[in-house]
Structures are given as C-alpha cells and as structure tokens.
Ligand binder design. Structure first.
Ligand SMILES: [Zn+2]
Length: 455
C-alpha cells in the first residue's frame, strides 16, 4: 500500500505517453503501473500527468537601479506553482566589493521562508568580480554551496565581460566543476548603437530592436562557444530568439562543443511587430529583443528538432507605470511570464503545431533539470522526487493578467485563448495547488544544492 497514488492519468514519461497510475511514498515516485493501491488517491482521468516544470531562468525581487522587479519570491513562486512550475532558478547578483559567499547568504535570506516552490540560484560573475582574484577564488566555495552554474554577461554596460575576462572566468568555473549560463549579445557595440540612436533623436520602441541587431547576438554566441570550448567549460545560452543565434548554437554543437540553449515563450509567440504597431509597444522591451516572423518560425523548429534544449521564462516583471518612459533607452527590460510557460508551450506547440508531448516535457522539465544539475527531478521515473502536474488538456481559458497570480498589472500574452491548464500540482508528493487553487504555505520552498553530473 502506497501513501498516495495519482490514478488513471496519461503519464508523459521519458519513454513516451502511458496510461497508468503513479504511486508516491516519502516524497518520491515509488512506482508507475496499473492498479496501484494507496491510502490516498487523486483521480487524473482525462488528464495528462507531467513532471513539475523546471524554469531555469527567473528574476524575482531583482534590484535594478532604484527599482525592484514586481514579483517577490513569494508572489512569483505562487504564480509559478499555479502554472505547474515546481522548480525555479534565480540569481545571486554580488555588488562591487561584496564577497561571493556573502551575496549568496543575503540572497538565500530573501528567498528562504518566502519561496513557495523549490529554488536554486545561479551565481552572477559581474565584471568587477571577473577582475578580482579574490572573487574568482570563491568559485569553488559557491559550487560547494550548490551554485553549480555561473551567469556571465557579454552585454549590459558595466556587467559586460570582454573575451579575455570571459575565458578567465570560464576556466575558473570549469576547473571547479561548474558550468556557465550566458547573456550573449555584443556588449560595447550595442551600447554605442543605442547612444547614437538616442543622440539622433530616436525614442520609439522599435529602436530597441534596431540597436541590438540579431547578427551581433549571433556573433556573440559564436565567440562565446569558441571561448568556452577552449576553456573546456559547459555553456548554456540564455534566451535565444534570433534565427542566426540559433544557427550559431547549432554550428557549435555540430563541432562537438558542450553547449545547450534555451528560448522563452515571448520569442515563440511574439515578434518585433509589437514595437512597431502597438501604442504600448514599449512594454515589450526585453533583451535580447523580440525578433521577426522568420525567427519565430526557426525557434519553433529548433524546439521540435532539438536545436533548442529548454524553454525558460526569463521572468522579469515591471509594472506598466515602471515601463512607461519617454525613450526606449530608459525602459527597464524584461517581461512577466513565470505562470504561463507550460500552458503556452502546450497550447501553441502541442495543440496548434506538431510538438510532441515528450519534447514539450523535455524542454520544460527534463532538459533544464539535467543541464542545471538537478539530477533527481524533471521526469516521471521511479526514484525521482514527486514533483507532479496534473494537466487538464480540455480546460479552456482566456489568459488575463487580472486572473494570473503574477503581481504585474499586465501580461504580454493578454487575451490569448488557451486550451489546456494545470489543475493540480504536487511538490515532493505534497499538494501545492488543488483544482487551480494554491493551498500550500509560501515559505515551504527549499533551496536546491545543484551539482553538475560528470560529463
Ligand atoms: Zn534574465
């Protein structure tokens, strides 16, 4: 007799869909099979049973100049849970002069006791730490504390690492057994393009895309892949939305480099046309920018063919008021989306295109878990942690910011009609969400010690 069984669902396992029961004991998946008996049961008839979503790129209560991103650890992770995401990975952003380990402790103090789902942290290595031998010497300690991945920037003004610094940090990370996650654009050059555009009097949102050309994103990816290969460092490219950037990832992969890449729902569903045609086009400013229809098509293709490994959200919400600025160059970058990832990929990928259910689960759960060193989650397999989503493929809703749990007062996906919605969500075998209602305690989320598997 098991403690709990999810019965009569269609399980999406790594080996394909199977009609079966799933039993849970002590927070882990105990068995998958027919007619499993348990003290408690959840009926999943007519539903898909999926592993809990893993979103490896979110920015909760992130400081940017004098602003803080709109979702706290509590509101953001409650929204994640309601969307079927049971693991998020956020960031530690050490300040100038702050030690790596002090920054990690401070960030954990913000999340612990507030996070509603389990969470990990990437360790950012900003330019001032890349130039600091003491900070680089702290990399093994950060790894030992569970930060298996280090966030580097090839762009973003004072965060930018040049190629030499990139190589130095990648060598230090690789030597310690970690991996790099990368914001890949050609930094100083796009900063100059932006200044020139502003000086020429351009303020419209489309200039955000024009001053961050896709070709400069692709060449940054290409350079980073070569530098990572020289450093023997695993590399994950964040937020790929341009066809040419994806091509650069694929070219590196074809050379046998240890590279993976993710995209985000906004690159799958929206284009730079938002900047041109909407009166509130400035809301859609994010970096890299939204691209064009041909890019969108290529990104979907990459997702179904495996050129893109994962879908993350890069959830970085600001209110309408915070995003309303006179010039594109002043708008804080980032879009909300932590809650909507699973059902958007399901509806627009599985329902409307021919994305396989197993590919969708791989992109939203399995691949990000494996790549980010969360070895015991992200798939429906006996022995793994029982993070489970019971997903009703027939539930039809219209996406409204007002009914999402995210704190921002708008959604880039407002008004989209969605078929398929998470109904019930379990974390470590415990109910987080029951019939679309969050019923757990924010603060139950645990910090994840991540370790990359030896390759
Ligand atoms: Zn980001």
């Amino acid at each position: 007799m098991h403690e709990l069984a999810v019965r009569h669902g269609r399980l999406i396992t790594p080996y394909g869909p199977v009609l079966a029961d799933l039993a849970i004991d002590r927070g882990r998946i105990a068995a998958i099979g027919k007619n499993l008996n348990a003290s408690h049961t959840i009926d999943a008839s007519g539903c898909l049973v999926l592993p809990g979503g893993v979103d490896c790129h979110v920015h909760l209560q992130m400081q940017l100049n004098r602003l803080t991103s709109t979702d706290s650890f509590e509101t953001g992770t409650v929204a994640a849970a309601c969307g079927g995401t049971t693991t998020v990975i956020d960031f530690v952003d050490p300040q100038p002069g702050q030690s790596v380990m002090d920054a990690l402790r401070a960030r954990r103090a913000e999340a612990d006791g507030s996070a509603a789902v389990d969470y990990g942290l990437h360790m950012t290595v900003p330019a001032w730490h890349a130039a600091s031998p003491e900070a680089l010497r702290e990399i093994p300690a950060a790894l030992a504390a569970g930060c298996a991945t280090f966030k580097l920037y090839q762009a973003y003004e004072r965060m930018t690492l040049d190629d030499v610094a990139l190589g130095n940090v990648m060598r230090a990370v690789a030597a310690a057994g970690g991996g790099v996650v990368l914001h890949s654009e050609t930094g100083p050059l796009i900063d100059a393009l932006r200044s020139d555009a502003v000086a020429a009097g351009h303020s419209a949102p489309i200039w955000h895309e024009r001053t961050r050309p896709a070709g400069l994103e692709a060449s940054a990816v290409q350079r980073a892949a070569e530098i990572a290969a020289l450093a023997d460092c695993p590399l994950h490219i964040f937020h790929v939305g341009a066809d040419s950037a994806l091509a650069a990832v694929n070219a590196a992969r074809a050379k046998g480099y240890d590279i993976t890449a993710e995209t985000c729902p906004h690159y799958l569903l929206l284009t730079a046309g938002q900047y041109l045609t909407r009166a509130d086009g400035h809301l859609f400013i994010c970096a890299p920018p939204l691209r064009w229809a041909a890019d969108k098509h290529a990104i979907w293709q990459g997702l179904s063919e495996g050129g893109l490994d994962a879908v993350s959200t890069d959830h970085c919400p600001w209110t309408r008021a915070e995003k309303s600025k006179a010039s594109f160059s002043e708008v804080p970058g980032g879009l909300p989306g932590i809650e909507s990832r699973l059902f958007l990929v399901h509806h627009f990928g599985v329902n409307e295109q021919d994305l396989a259910l197993t590919s969708r689960v791989s992109a939203c759960c399995t691949a990000p878990a494996r790549r980010m060193g969360i070895q015991d989650r992200g798939a429906l397999q006996p022995g793994l942690v029982a993070d489970i989503v019971i997903f009703d493929p027939k539930r039809v809703k219209t996406l409204r910011a007002a009914t999402l749990h995210e704190a921002a007062d708008w959604s880039p996906f407002e008004g989209m009609r969605i078929e398929g919605w998470p109904r019930t969500v379990l974390q470590r075998g415990e109910l987080l969400v029951r019939d679309e209602e969050f019923i757990a305690c924010p603060g139950n989320g645990r910090y994840l010690h991540r370790t990359l598997a030896a390759s």
